[in-house]
Design a protein around this ligand. Structure first.
Ligand code: AMP
Length: 411
């Protein structure tokens, strides 16, 4: 028997086809970001929202735009009525999956386009016109230049993970797209963090926006039990193997700092008889999708990923995240551990910290406002002992995020 959705959902005035789809998803109550965003979008406002993956942000914008689109005019061939821009192919695929789920009882056309796969099938799909198009910026512009997508009918633009788009250097593409689309439109912008660049972009992208924030950092940190293992750098892989065996871990997402690091670790695990898949920028789109699908369907118990490739991955029921290396950017720690403890579940996140990474640890502890518990495994006591943490309670000054020119060994 399906769960009944609450009056909080029915109270938004969403169409019955959407309520049926929500019921099919077994959502009972709207999440905080949905409670704030859905009415604002339905009232036709622009929205500027601080929300990261795991908060239910995709449904927060998809549900009201589907409602709007289902009531409007028919889309013309090659035209697009709502455009969702995402920084990565993975996020694009995931958002598209949500769009398909929520619109399953509606006669709307939608598709997704991203780079790394053949363009021709995408061009063919676009000919019939799309009520919703999910796209990464580069491929969208390629398609535009080939005259296969027309923005004259565009009513709604959504920028998802705007901060990450800027970090990945997509500003020129975004500006180019901005110049091509009608200025009279509804714009929704979602970002996990607010830098000066994000604010500058918001200034001329959204007009008189409703500003929404759900304080995602605290939510994530609260629902995830975290601790660290102080360990020497060279002993990290053997510690990981021991922990996997001793604890019978059978579903873990492991983060490494670099693509090489991910491959290297994956090979070590394979040698020890543990099959893993890796997700990073050197993998073809097909390989990445396959890896994710196998991990999601429990065919593989370990997925090794780099930060940029894993950003936005939505994996249900993930009990454990392992930070094999601490991330380059302290904010990514929050994004990483946000992969677990989602939608009301609790999760665990552990980090291996070697002496050289002590400063990174201090920054993470300052950001999350807590000293992380430490556990030492017998036989893995670090030779270079990790200094004691002193919690620094001063907030970080907002500063410009480092521009990653070409995320060569990170993606
Ligand atoms: P998102 O932040 O959009 O990546 O969504 C995170 C996860 O929350 C996804 O697995 C959604 O299916 C799920 N989700 C979204 N809205 C709800 C809701 N109202 N109740 C329960 N789960 C939800």
């Amino acid at each position: 028997m399906s769960e009944k959705i609450s009056e909080k959902f029915t109270g938004f005035g969403l169409s019955p086809a959407l309520l049926k789809a929500i019921e099919r998803q077994k959502y009972e109550d709207p999440s905080p970001i949905q409670i704030q965003t859905i009415p604002a979008v339905m009232a036709g406002h622009d929205v500027l929202a601080a929300a990261q993956t795991g908060t239910g942000k995709t449904a927060a914008y998809t549900l009201p735009i589907l409602d709007h689109l289902s009531k409007g005019s028919k889309v013309r061939p090659n035209h697009v009525r709502a455009l969702i821009l995402t920084p990565t192919r993975e996020l694009a695929a995931q958002v598209y999956e949500s769009v398909t789920n929520y619109s399953r009882f509606m006669p709307l056309h939608s598709t997704v386009v991203y780079g790394g796969v053949k363009i021709n099938p995408q061009m063919i799909r676009l000919t019939k016109g799309m009520d919703i198009l999910v796209a990464t910026p580069g491929r969208l512009l390629d398609l535009y230049r080939q005259n296969t997508v027309n923005f004259q009918q565009l009513e709604i633009l959504i920028l998802d993970e705007a901060d990450r788009m800027l970090n990945l250097g997509f500003l020129p593409e975004i500006r180019e797209i901005q110049a091509l689309i009608p200025s009279k439109r509804q714009t929704l912008m979602f970002t996990a963090t607010f830098s000066d660049e994000v604010r500058a972009l918001a200034k001329d992208f959204v007009s008189h926006p409703v500003e929404i924030s759900v304080n995602p950092e605290e939510i994530t940190v609260d629902s995830v039990t975290q601790w660290i293992y102080p360990v020497d750098k060279l002993k990290k892989s053997s510690l990981l193997l021991k922990l996997i065996r001793d604890n019978h871990w059978d579903k873990i997402l492991i983060f490494t700092k670099t693509k090489n690091g991910a491959d290297h670790l994956s090979r070590k695990l394979l040698k020890a008889g543990i099959a893993t898949a890796t997700i990073h920028g050197n993998k073809s789109q097909g390989a990445r999708s396959r890896a994710l699908a196998e991990f999601k369907s429990d065919k593989l118990s370990i997925l090794v990923a780099t930060d940029l490739a894993a950003r936005g991955l939505d994996i249900d029921q993930l009990p454990l995240v392992v930070n094999f290396d601490l991330p380059h950017l302290k904010e990514d720690y929050i994004h990483r551990i946000g992969r677990t403890g989602r939608a009301g579940a609790t999760g665990e996140a552990i980090s291996f910290v070697c002496f050289d990474d002590f400063e990174k640890l201090a920054d993470i502890e300052r950001l999350t406002k807590q000293v992380l518990d430490r556990r030492i495994v017998e036989g893995f006591e670090p030779e270079k002992a990790l200094p004691e943490s002193q919690l620094d309670l001063r907030p970080f000054k907002p500063k410009k995020p480092k521009k990653m020119k070409k995320p060569k060994d990170l993606l």
